[in-house]
Design a protein around this ligand. Sequence first.
Ligand SMILES: C[S@@+](CC[C@H](N)C(=O)[O-])C[C@H]1O[C@@H](n2cnc3c(N)ncnc32)[C@H](O)[C@@H]1O
Length: 252
Amino acid sequence: MKLLENTLLRAGQIRSIEGTPCFDEQVIETFLQAPYDPLTSFEGPPNYSLQRGGRGKDHPRYGRFVYALARHYQPDYVVEVGTFAGGTAVGFANALIENGHGRLLCIDQDSYSHGTFPEVVQRNLQRVGLPSEQLQLCCGDSKTWLPDLANDLSEKVGIVLIDGDHTFAGARTDIQNALPLVKPGGLILVHDVDRGRSMDEATEAHPHPVYEAFHSVVQEQHLDWCILKFIRKHLGIIRVGRSPSQTKQSVA
Ligand SMILES: C[S@@+](CC[C@H](N)C(=O)[O-])C[C@H]1O[C@@H](n2cnc3c(N)ncnc32)[C@H](O)[C@@H]1O
């Protein structure tokens, strides 16, 4: 696994890895060979002043990395919490199209996109060419959606991405509620697991809310984890194990 870290470092993609890499090394090859941008004609929400036209400052790398994970693991289902305009969704969508199977479920309560979710992401996913039968756009709060999805998708989801509520309680609830969905060996990705930058959601009790939420769950549940410190932002990765105690908990 040192090889994996060295390859990413040499390629100038990360600063370091915290923890022990818990995903397959072949993902890196796919990542480094993937097209630079999963959707060059990406459309952001109108009048939204984000860099890269509606994608955060770690794009397009972030979209390219989730593309590589989905190509490698060939998930039957991908669940994304916090889709916004679809910066990561277009990466997943490209992979599912190339895989020839797999369904993408995007959950967002439209709190950042101000009335433009799901229309803008739908247009971006149409540009990529994701067939409608491979897509479900879920409008609303992830705290409701994830437990609801667990009724049908218990232990069926290959990859969950969490990039929604960045408060300590919100991120922790999303990670806990994602666990019952994930199949053994599947992954939970958690964006913004950073300690080095200030976040609007920081409090005195939780100065690094998503980082603390991530660590509180992996420690409690004894999960395999690592954090990829990409050049601009950090992505936590949890590899869900086979123990039932790691996959049965839901939080209201
Ligand atoms: C940082 S953006 C997601 C960025 C996206 N993954 C990308 O790659 O461009 C966070 C999104 O999470 C959504 N969000 C925040 N809290 C949420 C919640 N409790 N349930 C559902 N969506 C939520 C916001 O509306 C926003 O669109």
